[in-house]
Design a protein around this ligand. Structure first.
Ligand SMILES: O=C(CO)[C@H](O)[C@H](O)COP(=O)(O)O
Length: 222
């Protein structure tokens, strides 16, 4: 029986096999945040020198990349990226996701938006029919915390401030539980239109292109 760590490693290795042909001297790889992304970063170090560098979606991933000798580029230095690889907290069959369990949702969304392909890596437990069991993170400007919380309540959610947590952008996170998200695209747009919301953790406007989900019997590709 494979542990969750083994499954995450399996997904990370599957992504490395998928992206290996994209590693050229000019290629910049977009790299996500979280325990599965960490395993991807560790494996990416094997290919150091075969690609230009990486753009990270968090300070944490940037440090891990540079500690392993991978060049970390600022997104402003990069025009295009063949691929962005990241984990998810939940993913559905439409490849819509909830992300931001690690608090890096805004930079994740920005880096993913520049990449040609978004590869989601996760263990199969992240696959759900309906998004929303995992509390939806919303990054908010501190001044807007209560105002955004009231909007979340009006939508049927239960917002909770992520205590003692500050994002890489200096903002706060509300984790909203109790939402049954049947139309992720509409909710993503609706929440992003609330003043003070930096972004929310729904990835439906820009879903994944491929999901590599590790199971006890190998990789399931969606
Ligand atoms: O969105 C994220 C971080 O903001 C992560 O991708 C998500 O939380 C999954 O993390 P893990 O790979 O540790 O399960």
């Amino acid at each position: 029986m494979l542990s969750q760590h083994d499954l995450k490693l399996q997904a990370a290795e599957a992504a490395l096999s998928l992206i290996e042909p994209m590693l050229t001297a000019e290629a910049v790889i977009g790299v996500g945040t979280g325990s599965t992304a960490d395993l991807f970063i560790d494996g990416l170090a094997r290919f150091r020198g075969r690609f230009r560098g990486a753009v990270a979606s968090s300070e944490r991933s940037a440090k891990r990349l540079s500690d392993l000798g991978i060049t970390v580029l600022d997104l402003n230095q990069v025009e295009s990226m063949p691929v962005y690889v990241d984990g998810a907290d939940e993913i559905n069959a439409s490849l819509h996701m909830i992300k931001g369990g690690g608090g890096a949702l805004t930079r994740e969304k920005i880096v993913a938006s520049v990449a040609q392909k978004f590869v989601c890596i996760a263990d199969e437990s992240k696959l759900v029919q309906i998004l929303g069991k995992f509390p939806l993170p919303i990054e908010v400007l501190p001044i807007a915390r209560q105002a955004v919380a009231r909007v979340a309540l009006s939508l049927g959610g239960m917002p909770k401030l992520r205590e003692g947590f500050v994002t890489d952008n200096g903002n706060q996170i509300l984790d909203v539980s109790g939402l049954s998200i049947t139309d992720a695209l509409t909710l993503e747009k609706q929440l992003n239109s609330v003043p003070g919301v930096v972004t929310n953790g729904l990835f439906a406007i820009r879903p994944a292109d491929v999901a590599l989900l590790a199971t006890q019997h190998g990789i399931r590709r969606l």
